[in-house]
Design a protein around this ligand. Structure first.
Ligand code: NAD
Length: 532
């Protein structure tokens, strides 16, 4: 192809540009492009934008010819050192992906995504690996986990370290994007996963950093740029993570602003993001309100909403193990994860033994109805939902508030009740586990299906009866179904498989990964390239 303006063949243009930079395709990785003053082509691997779209194509070709590994010599934060740092004071200042307005953030992300189109798949892998690395190095994992717990006043920092590590290590990257090829007499067709463009991602208070890490890896792997809308309560730590990612990506020669956010996250800014014409896809990880909102925008939307995961224990289960798993799963990050055990349904025959075993593992049983009422008054708000100030608090904190001094070995509060109790019906996100008895396993399964409220989110069952395990899995239709393990095994902690922190029951993607953030596109070559 030739440049329509100059008529110069594209290959000549590429050669000319390579000559200008003192590099040649043959020079490979060792070549270091020099910055030509006045030239827009300062950074080939970044494929800087220009007024002429053809320049971008040429930049992309050159980047490819150079192996896409050239560091930029003029852009900020393009130091060759892999070490990046952001101080606490810098975390909320402008720059490194943090913008004053949503308009600016989206415009920057759009530009970045246009440049990103011309990066190689190897570069995408390097960038997503960079996100993993920057969080896993220099004590960042510990720092952001403690900061998230402190800022939001929710959860357990030690458990957040596990969750953040999980997001870094087990979120799928470019390998998730498989290509289909169809060939025949009429030629060759490729079906590939292609980016949406700019994605607007709304993150919950409960997993603020995990969601940014997990979504950023998946969205960038699929070739998108991401605009994050964090919960205002998790502002500082969310902005810190966005900045760390940007600085790391800059050292790797990525286009600037592939991951952005605003300095003051707010409902207004989230609305501005959702309504912005340049945002092509929305991903909401949060409660039912925000999921419904993104689904009514008319844009492609992924809704990862609330859960109310039941756990069923039948008479064939290993009761000692079930007791341990349930207490550990329910108390993980103070019950904040949407997948954590929220109500327990025990077959009558083993219920007393299960309770006794759970008490040995850190369950504090409240039998006194007056004390249960006191707990209700503490943790339930006027609207009948969870009191925000109690969400993600520890069992000992909640017990202390109702006048019970418990040791630090207490992990959850256990009460026995009926299925209509507010603790059973509502998603509390506190380590309070209501137990409901069922006469037999079939009744227990039916009740679990009812209490899951059709969220299609997560459920657990402890049983050695494969027919009943299968029955429950079929009837409950949850995205995650854990058999004989704690809920977090479904996230990938002590369970096989990849992780996601955006579990999309309402819109049907289920376990989201890079391919969820991509569209299938077809490239058809007619009557050629078929070699059969
Ligand atoms: P939330 O719904 O209060 O907030 C989630 C996000 O949406 C926040 O960033 C918030 O600022 C924003 N938001 C909420 N209402 C909004 C509105 N009207 N307009 C604009 N923005 C709005 O949820 P949360 O308390 O932060 O998180 C807990 C909830 O998220 C629980 O219900 C939990 O089950 C769910 N969750 C689901 C998943 C999943 O993968 N399915 C993962 C984590 C959390």
């Amino acid at each position: 192809p030739a440049n329509p303006k100059s008529g110069q063949p594209m290959s000549d243009l590429v050669a000319q540009i390579l000559a200008e930079t003192g590099s040649s395709p043959a020079a490979g990785d060792a070549a270091q492009p020099a910055y030509v003053p006045g030239s827009k082509r300062c950074c080939w691997s970044k494929a800087h934008p220009s007024d002429d779209p053809l320049d971008d194509i040429v930049n992309g070709l050159v980047a490819h010819a150079l192996g896409d590994k050239q560091p930029c010599t003029v852009c900020p934060h393009s130091a060759s050192s892999e070490e990046v740092a952001v101080s606490d004071d810098e975390a909320t200042t402008l720059g490194d992906g943090v913008f004053a307005s949503m308009d600016e953030a989206v415009a920057a992300a759009e530009l970045a995504q246009r440049q990103y189109l011309f990066c190689t798949m190897a570069a995408r892998k390097r960038f997503t690996d960079g996100i993993r690395e920057v969080i896993l190095s220099n004590g960042t994992l510990e720092r952001i986990s403690h900061m998230a717990a402190n800022d939001t006043g929710m959860g357990n920092a030690a458990h957040k370290i596990i969750k953040n590590r999980l997001a870094c290590e087990k979120t799928p990257g470019i390998e998730d994007l498989t290509t289909d090829a169809l060939s025949g007499d009429e030629g060759l067709t490729l079906v590939e996963y292609s980016p949406f463009g700019v994605i607007g991602a709304i993150c919950p208070t409960t997993n603020p950093t995990e969601t940014i890490i997990c979504n950023a890896i998946g969205m960038l792997a699929a070739g998108n740029a991401a605009v994050f809308s964090p919960h205002p309560r998790a502002k500082k730590v969310s902005l810190l993570v966005v900045k760390l990612i940007n600085r790391k990506l800059a050292t790797l020669g990525a286009p600037a602003n592939l991951v952005v956010t605003v300095q003051e996250p707010s409902i207004d800014n989230t609305n501005a993001m959702m309504n912005h014409p340049k945002v092509r896809m929305l991903v909401a990880t949060g409660g039912p309100g925000i999921v419904k909102t993104v689904m009514s925008t008319g844009k492609k939307a992924i809704g990862a909403g609330a859960g109310n995961p039941p756990v069923v224990v039948d008479e064939t289960a290993d009761i000692e193990k079930a007791a341990r798993d349930i207490v550990n799963g329910c108390s993980f990050d103070n019950n904040l994860p949407c997948i954590a055990e929220k109500e327990l349904i025990a077959v009558n025959q083993i219920a007393d033994y299960l309770i006794a075993e759970m008490q040995k593992c850190g369950a504090y049983l409240i039998k006194d109805p007056a004390l249960v009422k006191k707990l209700e008054a503490l943790v339930i708000n006027d609207k009948g939902g969870p009191q925000t100030s109690c969400v993600g608090k520890s069992a000992t904190y909640l017990l202390d508030k109702i006048g019970v001094k418990a040791g630090n070995d207490v992990k959850i509060i256990l009460i026995e009740t009926d299925k209509d109790h507010v603790f059973v019906q509502e998603e509390l996100m506190m380590p309070i586990l209501p137990l409901v008895r069922a006469p037999g396993v079939d009744d227990a399964i039916d009740l679990a299906v009812e209490l899951e409220h059709g969220n299609r989110h997560t459920a657990m069952m402890h049983s050695t009866n494969v027919r009943k395990l299968t029955k429950m899995a079929k009837l409950i239709q949850t995205t995650i179904f854990v058999k004989n393990g704690p809920s977090y095994a479904g996230l990938g902690v002590g369970g096989e498989g990849y992780t996601t922190f955006t579990i999309a029951g309402p819109t049907g993607e289920g376990l989201t990964s890079a391919k969820s953030f991509a569209r299938k596109r077809k490239c058809v070559m007619v009557e050629a390239l078929n070699v059969r």
